[in-house]
Design a protein around this ligand. Structure first.
Ligand code: IMP
Length: 422
């Protein structure tokens, strides 16, 4: 024990970075366990906005060690950019950032393939075009290049030559696109290897040794439960497991190391990209949530689709992940509504159900409960007691119906507006 996990409990963009920043204070090591530069984690410190795609946002806390786990797919261009940015702000990464030798590398080939596939397919997913799917496919096909492979000249040469040949064939013959000159790809890898050579380690060994020595570890997920490749709304999902299984696999820790699992949950819900979304509000309400909540993708800038809180989805997230505690974010965005709706159940084929049927989600109708809203601006509230009665009732209803203990409320963008719930 000694490890807590922060998992997105919806379709991503739940405000994980801000909560991870909050938990980081009481943690020694922060580990990112899956996804890649498709994620964009935004933290605001003293009014200054920081967006991270790969390096755990905990790096902003002095003295904390950050780890990029084996479950992550790493784009060298993005990682080097983040490293340079942090170093330019006076943050020294020596001894503070480690990268798993088993994490896979995303090359321009993967990004070109992602883009070409997205244009080619009739049923678009709306991927971030960051090469995520193709990199995880290569991992499963056992042709991917891992961080550690860069340091073995023979493996590097054999693996990269094969992948470049294969991807170029696809790009040219299937998608009618320009191939990549092999020397360009080799040069990217060689440059990257030189920059990260002191950071690449066996991270499971490092983490288990740290836990044995009494250190506290935080596992940080990207995306969210309903984008999980196994439990989400396939094929409109990402190519990894943001859920608890992915947290263990992508870090090398085991179930007995886990003390608490936080489900990070927005007080309403959003989704980016295509796919079913039962509680989506396409009119005025959706527009109001988008504008007030700043619901535009941190990675792609795309407008997020917005809708009402979905209880069947959260219940499923609790069961799949074993969520012990909920951190509810962006409650302030709901201020000013006369009535707030919550999907208490779904109707599927004429029957009412209370779970999340991921494969039939496109056929469900939400069954709503309505609650009175509050008019006050609550962004300055820093305790549960100071919230208007209607806001208290709203969050207590979610707590009761989801079956998850509400532990934390976050009420605005800044670090200061996060408080524990008694
Ligand atoms: P991919 O992960 O780029 O392959 O995209 C697959 C789906 O996941 C698309 O619908 C994306 O919009 C969505 N997605 C990927 N990363 C995030 C994220 O960090 N937040 C929200 N949605 C995401």
């Amino acid at each position: 024990m000694g490890c807590i996990v922060a998992i997105g409990a919806q379709w991503g963009d739940e405000g994980k970075a801000k909560m991870i920043d909050f938990f980081s204070k009481d943690t020694d090591i922060i580990v990112r366990y899956q996804g890649g530069a498709n994620a964009g984690h935004t933290v605001v410190v003293d009014g200054v906005k920081h967006v991270f795609h790969l390096i755990p946002s905990g790096i902003l806390h002095e003295g904390k060690v950050c780890v990029i786990g084996n479950g992550v797919v790493i784009d060298p261009e993005v990682l080097l950019e983040e490293m340079e940015l942090l170093e330019s702000k006076g943050i020294n990464l020596k001894g503070r950032l480690y990268i798993s030798d088993a994490a896979h590398i995303i090359l321009p080939l993967h990004k070109a393939f992602d883009e070409a596939m997205e244009e080619f397919r009739s049923n678009k997913i709306g991927t971030t075009r960051r090469g995520i799917g193709p990199a995880y496919s290569d991992k499963c096909l056992r042709i991917g290049l891992r961080m550690g492979d860069m340091f073995d000249k023979d493996i590097l040469h054999e693996r990269l030559t094969f992948d470049i040949t294969l991807k170029n064939l696809y790009l040219e013959k299937v998608f009618s696109r320009n191939p990549f000159p092999p020397e360009k790809i080799f040069a990217i890898v060689e440059h990257f290897r030189g920059k990260v050579k002191d950071m690449v380690i066996n991270t499971p060994h490092y983490l288990h040794t740290a836990l044995d020595a009494g250190k506290k570890v935080l596992l940080e997920g990207a995306q969210g439960f309903a984008l999980d490749i196994d439990h989400g709304t396939y094929p409109f999902v990402t190519s990894s497991n943001p859920t608890i299984g992915g947290a263990l696999l992508g870090s090398g820790l085991n179930a007995f190391d886990i003390e608490k699992i936080y489900g990070i949950t927005k007080a309403y819900i959003t989704r980016v990209g295509e796919g079913p979304f039962p509680t989506e509000e396409k009119g005025e309400i959706g527009e109001m949530l988008r504008t007030r909540g700043g619901e535009f993708g941190a990675t792609t800038g795309r407008p997020r689709r917005c809708g009402w809180f979905d209880l069947p989805l959260i219940r499923q997230a609790r069961r799949i992940n074993g969520i012990t505690d909920m951190a509810l974010t962006k409650l302030d965005v709901l201020s000013g509504l006369q009535t707030i709706k919550i999907a208490a159940a779904y109707r599927l084929d004429g029957k009412q159900i209370d779970y999340f049927p991921s494969a039939q989600l496109h056929r469900v109708e939400p069954v709503y409960t309505e609650m009175p809203g509050w008019q006050e601006d609550i962004s300055a509230c820093t305790s549960f007691a100071s919230l208007p009665k209607q806001a208290q009732n709203y969050v207590r209803y979610i707590e009761k119906e989801s079956g998850i203990k509400l532990s934390i409320i976050s009420n605005g963008a800044d670090r200061k507006s996060t408080f524990s719930v008694p």
